[in-house]
Design a protein around this ligand. Structure first.
Ligand SMILES: [Zn+2]
Length: 252
């Protein structure tokens, strides 16, 4: 009997008619998770009280990254213009800079909420891929992910690792069809409490179960140890500018 990864309802209570993309279709995602019910699937794709959906928050950020990656190998004409509802992308001599559009620039409340939606979207993407790739996720230890991503409760930290050099190893077509990687590079570190993923060249770390400060300290030290030489630092994502969505590191 099928069970939903998010609401934990079974086939007798909810329907599973629609195909649930793990990575939004609007980002080029091609994988599905059969264990997501229609109601939960719609929840992530529908506009919330914030007037945009969780998927849109993800899409707006990562589509900028996708274009930026394509621009490093393809002519501008072929890649097309940056389009975003929330951001302006400025180019000067091949260097790219991202800014919030004027209407959002001074609205710190909006920026905070968008950042929260982005973090929840990242968890959605991670959790559905984790279930798809590793057949896990129904256990109660993952309730903290369900609470945050699906039910908008509590807050979970997400860390971003800034690269030292602008060389990002990507597969052919990865910008077009992004994939989520767990153990891709030896600089990705995961333990019992924390997980790290690489998506479109960005490296994120976050808790996957309830943790304490000792757990965090251990994770943090080991994680930075394996990243020596590749990354300059770690930032707890509090606002969008903490994430290098245009890969400004490639500017140099
Ligand atoms: Zn559900």
């Amino acid at each position: 009997m099928k069970k939903c990864l998010w609401c934990l309802n079974s086939e007798s209570e909810v329907t599973f008619d629609k195909k649930a993309h793990t990575i939004p279709k609007s980002l080029g995602g091609e994988n599905f998770n059969p264990n997501v019910c229609d109601k939960c699937n719609e929840y992530f794709g529908n506009k919330q009280e914030e007037k945009y959906s969780i998927e849109e928050a993800l899409k707006e950020a990562f589509n900028i990254t996708r274009k930026r990656i394509l621009l490093s190998t393809k002519p501008k004409k072929q890649v097309g213009k940056f389009k975003s509802r929330f951001f302006d992308i400025k180019e000067k001599k091949g260097k790219y800079k991202v800014e919030f559009k004027t209407s959002f620039r001074f609205n710190s409340e909006f920026q905070k909420t968008l950042c929260r939606s982005f973090k929840r979207g990242l968890y959605k993407l991670y959790f559905e891929e984790l279930n798809r790739q590793k057949q896990t996720g129904f256990e109660s230890e993952f309730d903290l992910i369900r609470k945050f991503a699906r039910y908008n409760e509590n807050d979970l930290p997400v860390f971003y690792f800034q690269r030292k050099i602008g060389i990002i190893m990507l597969l052919e077509n990865e910008a077009e069809t992004p994939t989520l990687f767990f153990e891709r590079m030896k600089y990705l570190y995961s333990d019992e409490y924390f997980e790290e993923i690489e998506f479109l060249g960005h490296v994120f770390g976050f808790p996957k179960k309830r943790f304490n400060l000792v757990n965090f300290d251990k994770y943090y030290k080991k994680s930075l140890e394996v990243k020596k030489g590749f990354f300059v630092g770690i930032t707890k994502i509090e606002k969008f500018t903490n994430i290098d969505i245009t890969f400004s590191i490639m500017n140099n």
